[in-house]
Write a protein that binds this ligand. Structure first.
Ligand code: ZN
Length: 136
């Protein structure tokens, strides 16, 4: 369930701009949400959702962990002997993909971007002094 939080921007507003007054209103709402705890609740729920997201299949090796496209062959990735620690971790002695580091899957991109209440406060500060923002 999505919390009622000012920073959740509906997709139909992406591509639109907020003028200085609207950005200041958003700043006020964000600070109100920080004050009520709604921002913290959003951060917690977002982390839970992201944690549950599965890794994605590596597009360069099709999930095999060994890159066999032209670049992979040019760089001899299928023939690459793995370091002993990598071999134990990956369950094979040979074959590499420089994108997924041989795992065949990648960490979902959104997981790499944590959000904290401090980030929200910094964005609220930015909105207040920005003179307006463009959402994308
Ligand atoms: Zn890969």
């Amino acid at each position: 369930m999505q919390p009622d939080f000012a920073c959740v921007i509906p997709y139909n507003q992406i591509g639109e701009a907020l003028d200085a007054e609207e950005a200041a209103i958003l700043s006020e709402r964000l600070y109100a949400d920080i004050g009520t705890g709604a921002a913290e609740e959003y951060v917690i729920q977002r982390r839970t959702l992201l944690k549950a997201m599965p890794d994605i299949t590596c597009h360069m090796c099709d999930g095999l962990g060994t890159r066999t496209d032209e670049v992979g062959h040019d760089l001899m990735m299928p023939e690459k002997d793995l370091e002993p620690e990598q071999a134990v971790k990956l369950g094979r002695a040979r074959g590499w993909c420089n994108v997924c580091r041989g795992h065949g899957s990648l960490f979902a991109f959104d997981k790499a971007h944590d959000l904290t209440v401090t980030d929200i406060a910094q964005f609220a500060d930015f909105c207040l002094t920005s003179g307006g923002i463009f959402l994308y």
